[in-house]
Write a new protein. Structure first.
Length: 247
């Protein structure tokens, strides 16, 4: 009898091992291997992903921080791109063409600079692309933990509603009306740059462009003529930098 039990125990162990191996193979295929075949099946070029991490290993060559990689994996936060990530995209365009696919973990990322494709997504078939990537860091900065449903974070029907409200403001006629306001701010910026160039003074060009951008937004979107480039609206500028520069 002891021999029979021993045989049964060995048989049970072997059966469990086989079941475990089959389960592990099934899980690997469905949750690790198969998700990384998506772009290949569609004929879209791109870098070869590694199991689990996808293409995140490539980003370390461009000094993308581990913290940002964790952000990509946990919150899909693509609203703010580190400059080093943009450098990777530029090199990838040269290797794979204007459109390629990659993976951040199992998250599929289609990267393109094809203007016709972008027009299809953002204009012609915009109703099929209602949602944008979520960014918890942006939401926490703006709404301080409260319910937030504006453009940055609106989803599904709420996003469609916001788009229907805002789209008429960017018609060809209204964009033409904004041209003089944009030109005025641009000329003011060029004048300041010329002054610094003549004096040889070192300046932070990013801050200059931030001021010009805010000035244009205030004049075109809110009807407020505020000379931000010459020091007015400093508090408003600081708030804008906090939102967009701290992501």
């Amino acid at each position: 009898m002891d021999g029979v039990f021993a045989v049964l125990n060995v048989s049970t162990i072997i059966l469990l091992l086989i079941l475990g191996l089959l389960s592990a193979t099934f899980a690997y295929y469905n949750y690790i291997y198969k998700p990384h075949q998506y772009f290949k099946q569609l004929g879209i070029p791109g870098p070869t992903p590694k199991p689990v991490i996808g293409n995140l290993h490539l980003l370390k060559k461009y000094n993308v921080s581990y913290q940002y990689m964790v952000c990509l994996l946990t919150t899909s936060c693509l609203f703010y791109l580190q400059s080093s990530l943009s450098e990777y995209f530029s090199s990838a365009f040269e290797e794979y063409g204007p459109t390629f696919g990659m993976y951040f973990g199992n998250m599929r990322i289609l990267v393109t600079k094809d203007l016709d494709l972008l027009k299809l997504v953002t204009v012609k078939h915009s109703d099929n692309f209602t949602n944008r990537t979520e960014c918890d860091s942006l939401t926490s900065i703006i709404c301080d933990g409260k319910e937030y449903n504006a453009l940055f974070d609106a989803r599904d029907e709420m996003w469609k509603k916001r788009r229907r409200i805002l789209t008429p403001a960017f018609s060809g006629h209204k964009m033409k009306l904004m041209e003089s306001l944009i030109k005025e701010s641009t000329e003011r910026l060029c004048s300041k740059i010329s002054g610094f160039a003549s004096s040889g003074e070192t300046v932070d060009t990013l801050k200059m462009y931030n001021k010009m951008t805010l000035e244009v937004i205030l004049s075109t979107a809110f009807g407020r003529a505020l000379d931000v480039q010459n020091g007015k609206g400093a508090k408003l500028l600081d708030s804008a930098v906090k939102i967009f520069g701290s992501l």
